[in-house]
Design a protein around this ligand. Structure first.
Ligand SMILES: Cc1ncc(COP(=O)(O)O)c(C=O)c1O
Length: 398
């Protein structure tokens, strides 16, 4: 009999449910005490000085760019293999996206290509680079930071998937001027929708605080605390409504309490996948560089069909893509959900049309778009569920 294995299963429990009810009981529903507590816990977890909750990672990225003064006439480097939101956030500001190909082993931005782009930016219009810590693995943030300092540009980490990811003990999101996280249901901890921006810069923090709240000089919670609640504050910037609700904040607080355990559980399942799939030469398992801790927001392999995937031609990518899709279909028939890792931004209609891209302009991203496969992963995956996935993959690929 088929089992039903989802791509992710959340570990909601009584503590989550209890917390969710608390804002309904108190009547404080929007960006109040629970959001403040969630932010405090997020600072403690990541080691950042300031954390500001938002409606999503996309809106956090938008605020980061605005707070850094990026707008029309500027350019921002974004990896070409990332969720479309990274590039869209740049588009919102009127700045231009400069795509950059990735490293096939880590799925993250290729730092040598970043160097080339900066070297050739004769007009000095590039104002920031947005490394993405994809699938829970930090990009090479040490080199990126060095490059950014050399060229005088800002680093904005898209750490949507990066909770639990670190390099030599330093948490993702704390390398750049700003780091942005997501709590979408496909992420390690979730608030339904939701995001968090972290920074050590007091000016950025206070700018973001105001911008997420229409540009208000003072939040409702601060007004309430200092008993000036009856008068509206001044609005010195044209801001946005990117406030997280306290209902989400309350869930976030309950999720943060068990974040460490969830991440540990996911890491254990990922380790079992590594062992069980090591002998299957048609799948390349995720690579973790020395000194890095992978948060395993996703466990993403490359379907190689047993071929050397460096220097893939279009013909080979098309052939292997057919085989990968067939594998995914067969697993789905067995009740096992899989997904392509993410997409190559230059192949998406809007960007393809705007910049007149062709698929092989960013060949590594294109190959990862066509050949990546995300396997089901959740911290409380049972032995029976795990073995079912492995047996079905092995039957098709060994
Ligand atoms: C790399 C990356 N960046 C940004 C986002 C956007 O996050 P959100 O859905 O919270 O806006 C996602 C979400 O999947 C993502 O994977």
């Amino acid at each position: 009999m088929n089992m039903k294995i989802p791509i992710i299963r959340h570990s909601f429990d009584e503590a989550d449910r209890e917390n969710l009810l608390k804002p309904l009981e108190s009547g404080w529903l929007v960006q109040g005490p629970y959001v403040a507590e969630f932010e405090r816990m997020f600072c403690q977890f990541t080691g950042a000085k300031y954390a500001k909750a938002t409606t999503s990672c996309t809106t956090a990225l938008h605020l980061a760019l605005v707070a850094l003064g990026i707008g029309p006439g500027d350019k921002v480097i974004v990896p070409s293999f990332t969720y479309v939101a990274s590039a869209n956030a740049v588009e919102y500001t009127g700045a231009e996206v400069v795509l950059c190909d990735i490293d096939l082993r880590t799925y993250n931005i290729d730092v040598e290509r970043v160097r080339d782009i900066l070297e050739n930016d004769k007009g000095r219009r590039i104002k920031a680079v947005m490394p993405v810590n994809l699938f829970g693995l930090s990009a090479d943030l040490v080199t990126i930071k060095e490059l950014a300092e050399e060229y005088g540009i800002a680093v904005i980490e898209d750490s949507a998937c990066g909770i639990g990811a670190s390099i030599r003990g330093k948490h993702s999101g704390t390398f750049g001027a700003v780091g942005c996280f997501s709590f979408h249901p496909r992420k390690v901890i979730t608030t339904g929708e939701g995001g968090m921006l972290i920074t050590d810069d007091e000016n950025i923090a206070s700018k973001v605080s105001s911008l997420r709240d229409h540009g208000a000089e003072k939040s409702d919670l601060a007004r309430h605390k200092d008993k000036s609640g009856s008068l509206l504050p001044d609005f010195n910037d044209r801001g946005y409504n990117y406030r997280m609700t306290d209902i989400q904040g309350a869930l976030g607080v309950a999720q943060m309490r068990k974040a460490e355990n969830i991440i540990k559980g996911r890491g254990l399942v990922a380790g079992r996948y590594n062992e069980s799939l090591a002998g299957i030469d048609k799948l390349n398992i995720p690579y973790v560089p020395e000194g890095y801790i992978h948060g395993f927001q996703s466990y993403v392999c490359i379907y190689s069909g047993g071929e050397d995937i460096n220097n893939l031609t279009m013909e080979k990518i098309v052939k292997l893509n057919r085989e990968r899709n067939l594998l995914m279909e067969k697993l789905e028939e067995k009740g096992i959900s899989t997904r392509q890792g993410t997409h190559a931004v230059h192949t998406l209609g809007y960007y393809k049309k705007k910049f007149v891209f062709s698929e092989m302009d960013y060949p590594v991203s294109f190959a990862c778009d066509r050949l990546s496969i995300t396997l089901p992963l959740y911290s409380d995956m049972s032995d029976e569920e795990f073995n079912y996935v492995i047996t079905n993959i092995t039957e098709r690929l060994a």
